[in-house]
Each structure stands twice: as C-alpha cells, then as structure tokens.
Write a protein that binds this ligand. Structure first.
Ligand SMILES: Cc1cc2nc3c(=O)[nH]c(=O)nc-3n(C[C@H](O)[C@H](O)[C@H](O)COP(=O)(O)OP(=O)(O)OC[C@H]3O[C@@H](n4cnc5c(N)ncnc54)[C@H](O)[C@@H]3O)c2cc1C
Length: 510
C-alpha cells in the first residue's frame, strides 16, 4: 500500500479536470507546456508565483554546439567526462544533437541571445567545456530573459492555464499504478484535487534541503518526494553539486547569490588572502576545473588558513567590460560596496544543482504510467555523477519538449486512495526544518563519511516517521515531510556509493 502526504477525506476535496497537469513553471515546465498539442487543456501549477524558480536566476547561459570550431562529438565528450563515466550515453547524444533545434525554437519564440559586433551569436566558455559554446542573454541574465519570453508565450495560449500559489501535495494513482490526478494545497492549507491522466513534474532542484544554497526558496524537492510516494523510481540521488563561488557577505541572508563560472571563463582567478592563485596547483584546468574539484579545493584552502572564505579576482578586466558582460553580478556586488573592477569578491561553495532525481527514459517517462518528469527534478541520465555547466537549461528544453510530445490523452480513472488520518503533527516545524538543513550540510554535504551519514539517516528517519500519516495543515508542513523524504533518499544513495566520484566525495573512501 502506497503512502500519501495528504491524509484527509478525499471525497470532501473540491476538484477540477484537465488533460495534462504540469507541476512547476520554470523553463522546463513552461517549455513543455508550449510543446503540448493546442487541443490539450493543461494546468501549469506554481508554488509561490512566477518569479520563484531557479530558471529565473540562471546567469551563465545555455550550452549548444554553434561554432564551426565546435562539434557534437566534443560537446558529448565534455559531458561524459564531467559525468565521470556515469552518464547515459543515449540521453547525452539526444541532448547534444537535438539541443540546437530547441535553441532555434527559442529564438523563434522571441529569445534574443547576445550577439557580437558583426551580429553573430556571442558564445562564451565555462568550466570543463573544451570550446566556446555558451549562449547568453543580456550578459548574465539568461534565465530571467528566457523565462519572461516563455511566460509571455504561455499567456497567449488559450489551452494553457497557469495556477499560481498551489503546491503539489501528492500524485494520485489508480489500482493499475497509473496516474489519475494530483492533490494541491493552497497557501491557506486548503486542498484541491485535479483529475488528470498526465502529469509532468518540473519542480526543480532540492537546494532548500541544505543550509546554504543558490536555489529559489521554494525548492524543497517536492516533486521528487511526491514521486517517491507514488512509487516512482529515483536515480543518482547521491549526486549533489556544490557551486564553488557564491557571494558571502554579512549583509546577505536567505538565497546565496551566485558568482557565475562565466567570470572564471573570462579570466577571473581564485585567490587566498596571500594573493596566491591556488587552483593552478590543484588541476590542469586551474580555475576552470570541474565544480566539485574547485569546491573541495576552496574548502581545503579555507581550512588550511582558517579563512571564512576565499576570493575571486577579476580586477584585470575593465569596469566597462564588466558592466556590459556581467551587469547582474556587477550590480549585486555593488549593493554590498564590492566594486568588482577593483575589489576581490569574497566567495564560498554552496549547494547549487541536483544531478539526481526521478528516473526517466529519454521521453521523460517515469516508472509510473502517466507520470513524466523533466528539468532539474528528473534524472534523465545526461549528467551522470556531475553536471557540465550550462547543460541543465538545455536539458530542460530538450527533455521538456520530448515529454510533451509523448503525452496522449488518457481516460482519467479513480484513485486508489483511502488513508484518512486524524493524527496531528506534534513537532516544532521550524526546528525540524533547521535541523534537516543543518544535518544535511554538516553530515551529507561537500565531504561525507559513512559514520556521519548513518547518524544523519537516523535523524531524518525519525522526522519522516513522525510526519508521515499526520494531517498536514499547511504547505510548510508538507514541504518538511518532503525535505525529510528527499534527505533520506540522498543519504541512502550516498551511503551505498562507497567510492568518491564526481560530486560525491567521501573522506572514508580508501
Ligand atoms: C543561481 C543559479 C544560476 C544558474 N545558472 C545556470 C546557467 O547559467 N545555465 C544552466 O544551464 N543552468 C543554470 N542553473 C541551473 C538551472 O537554472 C536549473 O537547473 C533550471 O533552471 C531548472 O529548471 P526547472 O524548470 O527544472 O526548475 P525551476 O526553474 O527551479 O522551476 C521549478 C518550478 O517548480 C515550482 N515548484 C516547486 N515545488 C512545487 C510544488 N510543490 N508545487 C508547485 N510548484 C512547485 C516552483 O515554484 C517553480 O515554478 C542555475 C541555477 C541557479 C540556482
């Protein structure tokens, strides 16, 4: 018998009908919606408003083979190397070969990628890419620009119905283990049921399961947790990417501001307090080494010299260049009196991206019939043990389109649902959320070991046991159950993987 976060009387919940429901309105969710047949009525659900997504924060850009010096083979090779041998080669080939088609589609929809003086698309390089292939918009505001264009297209489509302020609580399945609906919860804790035979999960990453993250505040892994409850398989859950360079400043709280890798692509150098450029002794690619290597090198540098952070130095570039190429970063740093043309930027590594997620095939199908996943909450196999920078937006596009294409109208069936619980939550939710984040950061973060992870697992299991089967009265409580569910899946996968690889690093790996 499967479990649900929703533990009340389903027959008392008001309901609506749609052909398709997409959970998440980031680039993966909206782009898949735009690729649905215009005859399908589709609801696009979004937890906290149209600006609450990781997509909107994406700075660097989208990887795609554009230049004559580049090739599909090189992009595939770079992706496979970053993935440390754990990528699904077929998925990587689809990503790289079909990506340029989706870039053209974006341009037809109105996305204006930056161009050089001659009018050619301007492409830059990021860490672990062997060629310049990163397209960007408005310098470092790629995600914002692409999201806004897609939102405008969405607003014009009569069959697409955005519903803001609703959080996915559960996916309903029937006795054949096929999707037959979803349960949503609004900001007052009230439930709404949508009957549908097709659900696309596009709920993004799991950043808020960690203490420090670049992710949007609502990203508590809800889609992955709901998929686990519905019996879907997950994969690669141990692979959590930490970005080496997030701005740290006493005036900052909440979401950490990312200093894009594109800065290092343009020549920025990581330094310790003694001016030393320490990455050149760590890896042949120096500051452009893969993210996990740079993150660990920074942590080790901080420990060695007892520093709260290291620094990123781009002062060799002119102010004019920096203002034009990195307007967002330049402006954000200026808010804290850091003029990046003359000051080094204080940075630390923080949680940034999730390579694992709901296991899908190359058409976005999960192991539950009628349930699809795309974007950061999916594990398509393209990232393996580590993501190549700027492949994630490309993945949202390619596999969002493929999931949409695969969807056919199905007949809604009755859910196999009966749990009605009267048990009330007895935990102090804000303490639990703090403890989950603190424990994950300390015991299943950048550097892990088996003993710590077993302790963390016991903590998470205790929270999970106390939260499942109770009546969850608001979104925060539901999120907290989700956080413990995702944390357990991450820890279990990390315990099971004994050897360090990619973003997964164990100090007891010997
Ligand atoms: C600061 C930053 C910079 C980045 N830069 C780049 C880059 O340059 N290039 C690149 O390729 N990648 C980049 N990434 C990664 C990339 O932005 C993400 O992987 C990608 O945008 C994920 O898109 P998505 O549509 O899957 O999820 P998101 O864009 O995160 O959207 C998730 C959606 O799900 C909704 N949601 C979540 N939970 C629920 C729920 N329970 N119910 C209803 N709705 C829910 C949210 O409200 C949101 O609408 C960056 C990420 C960050 C954080």
């Amino acid at each position: 018998m499967r479990t649900y976060a929703f533990n009340e009387d389903l027959s008392c919940v008001p309901s609506k009908d749609f052909d398709v429901v997409i959970i998440g309105a980031g680039i993966a969710g909206i782009y898949s919606a735009l690729n649905l047949d215009a005859g399908l009525r589709c609801a696009i659900i979004n937890k906290r408003g149209s600006n609450d997504s990781n997509s909107i924060f994406a700075q660097g850009g989208i990887a795609s083979v554009i230049s004559m010096e580049d090739s599909v083979e090189k992009h595939i090779e770079d992706t496979l190397v970053a993935g440390a041998g754990l990528c699904d080669i077929k998925a990587v080939e689809i990503l790289v070969e079909e990506g340029p088609e989706d870039i053209s589609h974006l341009m037809k929809l109105g996305v204006a990628f930056d161009t050089d003086e001659s009018g050619k698309l301007s492409i830059t390089r990021e860490g672990a890419h062997s060629c310049n292939r990163i397209l960007h918009c408005h310098g470092d505001a790629t995600g914002f620009h692409v999201t806004k264009v897609l939102q405008n297209c969405l607003a014009k489509r009569k069959n697409l119905h955005p519903m803001e302020g609703f959080a996915l609580a559960d996916i309903l399945t029937d006795c054949n283990h096929s999707v037959c609906g979803v349960i949503l919860q609004d900001s007052d804790g009230k439930y709404l049921r949508i009957n549908t035979a097709n659900v696309i999960l596009a709920t993004g990453g799991i950043g808020r399961v960690y203490r420090n993250s670049t992710n949007a505040i609502s990203l508590t892994g809800d889609g992955i947790a709901a998929a686990i409850r519905a019996g879907a398989q997950v994969a690669n859950m141990e692979f959590v990417q930490f970005h080496p360079t997030a701005l740290i400043h006493p005036g900052l709280s909440g979401r950490y501001f990312l200093i894009s890798e594109a800065l290092r692509g343009e020549g920025a150098i990581l330094r310790n307090r003694k001016w030393e450029a320490f990455m050149k002794d760590v890896h042949p690619l120096a500051d452009l080494a893969p993210r996990d290597i740079v993150s660990r090198a920074i942590i080790s540098e901080m420990k060695k010299h007892n520093l709260p952070n290291v620094y990123l130095d781009i002062t060799q570039k002119s102010r004019e260049f920096l203002q034009k190429r990195f307007p967002t970063i330049y402006g954000e740093c200026m808010k804290y009196d850091i003029d990046i043309a003359i000051n080094w930027i204080p940075v630390i590594p923080v949680q940034h991206y999730f390579m694992g997620g709901i296991k899908t095939d190359t058409d976005g199908r999960t192991t539950v019939s009628g349930l699809y996943a795309c974007g950061e909450n999916a594990s398509t196999g393209v990232h393996g043990a580590n993501r190549l920078a700027s492949n994630s937006l490309l993945e949202c596009l390619v596999f969002g389109r493929r999931a949409a294409r695969d969807i056919n109208i199905r007949t809604a069936k009755q859910p196999d649902f009966c749990p009605i619980s009267k048990r009330e939550n007895e935990l102090d939710i804000s303490t639990v959320r703090f403890n989950i984040r603190d424990t994950m950061t300390k015991q299943c973060g950048i550097i892990r070991n088996g003993g710590d992870m077993q302790k963390a697992l016991a903590v998470m299991q205790d929270y999970y046991d106390k939260l499942s089967g109770v009546v969850l009265t608001n979104v925060t409580e539901t999120e907290t159950l989700n956080m413990s569910t995702v944390a357990i899946a991450v820890i279990n996968a990390a315990i099971a993987r004994k050897k360090s690889i990619g973003a997964h690093f164990r100090s007891d790996d010997n």
